[in-house]
Design a protein around this ligand. Structure first.
Ligand code: AMP
Ligand code: MG
Length: 379
């Protein structure tokens, strides 16, 4: 039974909030106290789209790429909301047509159908996403593996139904023989999977890529202040209104109805979250997350949520999946490979701990009830 939903990040809150009061607490941050009232709050609740709770920022939502997309404009661009939303939707829908594993006529489905048979011609976008995905495979030493599709399907996260019982070790091992991003061949605008049964799943990176393409297109059209959100892959430009910054609420991975705190985003920056609550299946009374360890073939446990702050949405999306797999223990290793990326990680344990890198600590303000949960990752 597939019971998951999708929205990850929930609030977009222009300038506001809480003053940080830093006191020593081991390596952590301790008390952050409320100072100013909340500004504008856009809140996406239980899988619905973002909506404005306070001030009236122009915002439109639509379904695309298997989730909700929301375009929000700053007050200065308010009258352009309809054409800008259409422009973004065209980009998302075009990319969905190419990159979706759910559409039988997508480029990615054709790539799987021709696996072991023949290379297929791909568009510049598809080639780009596949190359970036391969690159993430290398950077993450195979934790991020775009050929994980057979395992994604095995557990029922793809088109196949979820089995009643957890698959046997033998079945998992058999599917693992089809998983290896290094076998994906990209050459002269063609892509090829050499083994029949291989397939790619771009669910860990395609939305971030789509947000970046929409971002570029809005910049080209000289939209001055905007926020694009595709299922929690967010990138902003400019400001919501004069004197304010874009702010994003990070959902509590243990209680979808609330946030743990909010991140202030500088113009141009991106934020992505991977959560175990996003999509999960139940087998034999146990819940399993949609992110799979390509080394073992098992769904990842131990991590509840990861939020990545990066300079573009593709990077944020790719690393959010990879850090989710690495977990708190593996965080140091990945950070050495990607020092410009900032991380917030919530391990799957009680009481809640929120681990943040120093860069994220500067822009993340927890709600008062989570101030004791804050821990600082080593610089
Ligand atoms: P995200 O929400 O960005 O972390 O992406 C999660 C999605 O990435 C899953 O729903 C799968 O489609 C895909 N995925 C699962 N495991 C992996 C993996 N090890 N490497 C790359 N993509 C994965
Ligand atoms: Mg991702």
């Amino acid at each position: 039974m597939n019971t998951g939903t999708s929205e990850k990040l929930l609030a977009l809150i222009p300038q506001s909030g809480w003053r940080r009061v830093l006191t020593p607490h081991g390596t952590g941050l301790r008390r952050w106290a409320p100072m100013l009232p909340l500004g504008c709050l856009l809140l996406a609740l239980s899988g619905s789209s973002c909506f404005i709770l306070h001030r009236d920022l122009p915002s439109r939502s639509f379904r695309s790429m298997g989730g909700m997309a929301t375009v929000t404009l700053g007050t200065a661009d308010a009258d352009r909301i309809e054409p800008v939303t259409r422009q973004v939707q065209v980009i998302f829908d075009r990319l969905e047509q190419e990159l979706s594993t759910y559409r039988s006529d997508s480029t990615i489905s054709l790539l799987a159908n021709k696996a072991g048979v023949t290379p297929i011609a791909v568009s510049e976008d598809t080639l780009q996403v596949l190359s970036v995905a391969r690159h993430f495979g290398e950077l993450s030493e195979g934790a991020f593996d775009v050929t994980v599709a057979p395992l994604v399907n095995l557990y029922g996260f793809g088109k196949s139904p979820t089995p009643a019982a957890f698959p046997s070790e033998a079945v998992i091992r058999e599917q693992l023989t089809l998983v290896d991003y290094r076998k994906l061949l990209l050459k002269d605008r063609t892509a090829f999977l050499p083994l029949k049964g291989m397939a790619v799943d771009l669910g860990g990176i395609a939305k971030g890529y789509a947000v970046d393409r929409a971002f570029d297109s809005c910049r080209s059209a000289r939209v001055e202040d905007f926020l694009i959100d595709l299922s929690g892959n967010i990138r902003v430009y400019g400001r919501p209104q004069w004197g304010e910054d874009w702010q994003i609420g990070v959902r509590d991975p243990f209680d979808r109805s609330r946030i743990i705190g909010k991140v202030t985003l500088r113009s141009g920056m991106a934020l992505a979250t991977s959560g175990s609550y996003e999509r999960f299946v139940e087998m034999g009374g146990q819940r399993y997350s949609h992110i799979i360890n390509p080394k073992t073939g098992y769904p990842i446990s131990g991590t509840a949520g990861v939020t990545i702050l990066a300079e573009d949405a593709t990077t944020a999306d790719g690393w959010s999946t990879a850090f989710f797999i690495a977990g708190l223990k593996g965080t140091d290793k990945f950070r050495q490979k990607t020092p410009s990326v900032d991380v917030l990680i919530v391990p799957d344990k009680y009481p809640t701990e929120i681990w943040v890198t120093p860069g994220l600590a500067k822009v993340f303000v927890p709600l008062p009830e989570f101030s004791e949960a804050m821990r600082l990752l080593h610089p």
